[in-house]
Design a protein around this ligand. Structure first.
Ligand code: AMP
Length: 285
């Protein structure tokens, strides 16, 4: 496995691979790899000849500088994981390699980046979109892999690639959960056992929505109320949003119709978690 922080080196490797007719896959991450990230790398390994993992903690997508400073950076563990998973190249650039001194260009995807997560974390998707465009332009993979866990993020990235004519396929990989349903996240290590139990309410509420739809409920406003009531019944939880949205536009219809996704963001004693569940309705099944 090779590691580099050099744009020229990653480009040289990708150019050679492309000349050899190889398919190049890229898995962008902020490191602190867990089984969720690993599943993306495994899928990339299955589908591509060359797998590149990027490790870059992107300051511009954090709303809170303390959160950014305390973000875990277990580099040696991450490199060992990548080696075990058969990654070909790890790209671990310095901040100044990605964010060139004096560079002020940003990417703004519009409304899709302003609702839900974007509403609660202003500027977050501008930060995500800008760094993803930079990383994709540096690596120039055939395909990039993102997690369903960050539903709105993968949607934003799909849109920006389409809108900006970026020649890259986007593959979205399933959310990996612990046995109790909690979606894996780098932030889970911060939870005490009691907070962890409280955190399982997020997935439980998402499953409850699917259950209600299976039982014939069509009133989505009622279901949104139910999500909020169920979540706030757990005293440790403060809800940012509990939404049922169109799976493509993230608009929030009142009644069932088209592909839908349920999304939640909540603080468990101050630790912010997000989760989502694409829904099956009579119309979509
Ligand atoms: P991050 O390092 O948090 O930026 O995440 C890197 C990639 O891993 C993103 O595409 C995430 O959506 C994905 N990811 C994070 N957690 C999970 C999970 N539990 N299941 C699947 N993908 C995940």
């Amino acid at each position: 496995m090779r590691t580099t922080g050099s744009v020229d080196e990653v480009r040289a490797l990708v150019n050679t691979a492309r000349q050899d007719g190889l398919r190049v896959g890229c898995v962008p991450t902020m490191g602190a790899l867990h089984a969720g990230h690993n599943s993306l790398i495994r899928i990339a390994r299955e589908q591509c000849d060359q797998v590149i993992v990027t490790l870059f903690v992107n300051a511009s997508q954090f709303n809170d500088s303390t959160d950014f400073q305390h973000y875990p950076r277990p580099l040696e563990d991450d490199l060992a994981t990548c080696r075990e998973l058969g990654v070909d190249l790890v790209f671990q650039p310095e901040d100044a390699t990605v964010d060139l001194p004096g560079g002020e260009t940003t990417v703004d995807v519009g409304r899709l980046g302003q609702v839900l997560e974007g509403h609660h974390r202003p500027g977050h998707f501008r930060g995500v979109s800008t760094v993803v465009v930079k990383l994709l332009n540096i690596v120039r993979p055939d395909v990039a892999f993102f997690g369903m866990k960050d539903y709105q993020q993968q949607l934003v990235i799909r849109h920006l690639c389409r809108d900006l004519h970026l020649p890259v396929e986007i593959t979205t990989c399933p959310t990996i959960r612990d046995d109790d349903g909690l979606a894996l996240s780098s932030r889970n290590v911060l939870l005490t056992p009691d907070q962890r139990t409280a955190a399982t309410s997020l997935y439980r509420v998402l499953c409850l929505v699917q259950h209600q739809l299976d039982n014939g409920t069509t009133d989505l406003d009622h279901l949104r109320e139910l999500m909020r009531t169920e979540l706030t019944a757990t005293p440790e939880i403060t809800v940012d949003y509990a939404a049922i949205a169109d799976a493509q536009t993230l608009e929030e219809p009142s009644r069932v119709g088209g592909d839908l996704v349920a999304l939640v963001a909540a603080h468990v004693d101050g630790i912010r978690l997000i989760d989502n569940l694409p829904l099956t309705t009579a119309a979509t099944s």
